[in-house]
Ligand binder design. Sequence first.
Ligand code: SF4
Length: 444
Amino acid sequence: MAKNKNTNGHKPETFHIQTFGCQMNLADSSTLAANMITKGFKRVDSEEKADLLILNTCSVREKAENRVYGRLGEMYKYKKRRPNLKIAVVGCMAQRLGEKLKERVPHVDYVLGTDRQFELPDVLNGVEGTQQVMTAFGHENLDFITPIKETPHSGFITITRGCDNYCTYCIVPYVRGKEVCHSPGYIIDAVKKMVDEGVVEVTLLGQNVNSYKSGGIDFPELLERVVNKAKLPRLRFMTSHPKDLSKRLVDAMADTPQLLGHIHLPVQSGSNRVLQKMGRIYTIEHYLKIIDYIRKRIPETSITTDLIVGFPTETEAEFEQTLDAVRKIRYDSAFMFRYSVRPGTVAAKYNDDVPEEDKIRRLHKLIKIQQEIGHQVNQREVGKIRTALVEGKSRRDDQISRARTEGNKIVLIDTADLKVGSIISVNITRADAFTLHGNLSVLN
Ligand code: SF4
């Protein structure tokens, strides 16, 4: 491994972070920024003002990695203009590629994997033992990481890191390591601290929050403790795995007003044979039973999912089974992808035999059907009053405010001056497939 050679007298003082990928990466970027600030570095809001550019990366799809390579290509030009500029790549892609990334992109100065990224300020400060490329997993106990709120009113807290499931298509267990759970005390203290700082909504994050277990406490019990010990108005969690989502969790959601009505439950396929080949460890019948129970106990809860089409050997009939499941379940929304090979996974050894044009056709058909369903599902919201957290202005019109409902839907409100972070009641007047529209009903 390359030793830290940061001895040229050009230690960066200011930094800028760009984040790719999921909410866990966003949470990690906030934490890394906080560590950097604590150790004397200043965060700036533009790349031009920064002496250090940090890219927190995603490896889940090839496209995500290509975007990072594109950004690194642009940064080469900056570096030629400003030779003292430093570039750090952290997170999943750094973990997956390690030294290879530095070989492929020599103008990158530091490569720190998912566990080691929080040591970047020590690396910059030349702390003994730190190196320019660090990818070893090594933190059995990650409670030393300080979660930081993402905005003044909302925060993400990672409760489990890594994953033990090894779904055959997924790179996450290889780049984030085995599952490690933060202790309940750490999580409760982090929520309390955020509440003291004015946060009104916290999202607990993990690749599979339902498998949380620490000191004999499982996920439903953790939620109960968080709600009882921190006076928090709104609590969410993400992501759930169908093999571990229990009736107790659904019951807790039904009985706890602070737990907001949204479950993200990736189904991936409607075919049992494909699910088995994906290593998902549940059948579509089991999945449908969970959905029935959720709809019975908490009928207003929105349910979202992830779907992959064109997995190796998926036949047309099996793809139709996915469409049947989507029509039956009627998701509020879905993240839909065509399969792409991730080197290093089990599925990378399968014959990627579904032709690209079939993958694209299947994906378009699935998106069309899901968008029609999403549109219809959202029509049920019209005429209802929903509570929502004001997040800011509409991106297109600063006379319109943007808020997030309990069901995790964006609602645009015809009022310009709503206070960011306030919880409001909204009369839903109109809906399309992705967005609700409404008027202010009562300001709480
Ligand atoms: S549960 Fe499966 S898809 Fe999700 S992170 Fe783990 S291996 Fe990947």
